[in-house]
Design a protein around this ligand. Structure first.
Ligand code: NAG
Ligand code: NAG
Ligand code: NAG
Ligand code: NAG
Length: 189
């Protein structure tokens, strides 16, 4: 019994010592970014933010998704942000330039980094400001919901970045159509 307790204690000690290394592993960048893999639609599942005003605007959206398009030989691509609020949908178009494990918005020079994730049909995207302070971390997937184990991995990433506890999107809310339909109440800017 004593021996078992000692082993448990040693495990706990090594686990707590390993914490910083754990974060290093959890926050490693995606190895290789493939434009073809990015193409198409990604649905926001859960997001962690650094301040309450971001949390409030996050909660005001019924759905959020990204549509990557126009992959080509060059590193240029199109990206549409799609947000649903009640009956209306908002679309914003951007041109982006892909990096090794990141992309940059051409209009703003803002860089978004992809982190490694064990979820094969997910993207974990890290938004930092100019002083490398992480403002937001988002988990997107081809699906609206991912396994609990993948959510836990994401929560650990959020904790490593010292963000507020993450907020889940409601997967039962209606999604916006992929393209804006000018006959509906969609707005573009
Ligand atoms: C892809 O490129 C074409 C031609 O430049 C453009 O008309 C189209 O809107 C682009 N698609 C998206 C989603 O931006
Ligand atoms: C993206 O680039 C294309 C081609 O250079 C341009 O026509 C289009 O206006 C750009 N879109 C945005 C949102 O800047
Ligand atoms: C982006 O960065 C380049 C090089 O640093 C600079 O020349 C350009 O003005 C910047 N563009 C914007 C929109 O900030
Ligand atoms: C980045 O965000 C942090 C925390 O909100 C802030 O203190 C810092 O001034 C920001 N830096 C820039 C360049 O915006």
């Amino acid at each position: 019994m004593f021996a078992v307790n000692v082993i448990i204690l040693l495990c706990l000690m090594s686990a707590s010592h390993a914490a910083p290394l754990g974060c290093e592993v959890l926050l490693r960048p995606l190895d290789q970014l493939d434009a073809r893999h990015l193409e198409g639609r990604w649905l926001l599942v859960i997001g962690g933010m650094c301040d309450l005003s971001h949390v409030e605007s996050f909660k005001s959206r019924d759905s959020a998704s990204l549509n990557f398009a126009n992959a080509s030989e060059s590193s240029k691509m199109s990206l549409t942000h799609i947000f649903g609020f009640g009956d209306s949908c908002r679309y914003r178009h951007f041109n982006i330039t892909l990096g090794e494990s990141s992309f940059t918005y051409d209009q703003s020079n803002h860089t978004v980094r992809f982190l490694h994730t064990s979820c094969p049909d997910c993207l974990v995207m890290r938004f930092d400001n100019e002083s490398q302070k992480t403002l937001r971390l988002y988990l997107f997937s081809r699906r609206r919901e991912v396994e609990q184990e993948k959510v836990e991995e994401f929560r650990a990433q959020v904790e490593c970045l010292k963000l507020l506890p993450p907020v889940m999107m409601d997967p039962t809310k209606e999604l916006c159509p992929e393209q804006s339909n000018h006959h509906s109440a969609a707005s573009e800017d």
